[in-house]
Write a protein that binds this ligand. Structure first.
Ligand SMILES: [Zn+2]
Length: 73
């Protein structure tokens, strides 16, 4: 299996570096939500499809990427 490789270099786990602030979807209480820039296309697509996310991390080339999905919209 090909390992996921993102654009993060020297970004420690737990760091909020390399994030972008996206316009939050209508269901959110926030105006903007910051996500790892590597995942922003996928997160925006999930929101476009009506999926509610709870958080995400690209893994910064050290861990597997994750996206938390809310099962009770
Ligand atoms: Zn990344």
């Amino acid at each position: 299996m090909k390992k996921y490789k993102c654009n993060c270099e020297n970004i420690p786990i737990g760091s909020y570096d390399n994030q972008v602030a996206l316009q939050a979807p209508i269901w959110s209480q926030k105006n903007r939500i910051s996500v790892d820039s590597c995942l922003s296309p996928e997160i925006r697509y999930l929101w476009l499809c009506g999926v509610r996310t709870t958080g995400c991390c690209c893994g910064h080339n050290q861990l597997e990427p994750i996206s938390g999905l809310n099962q009770n919209p």
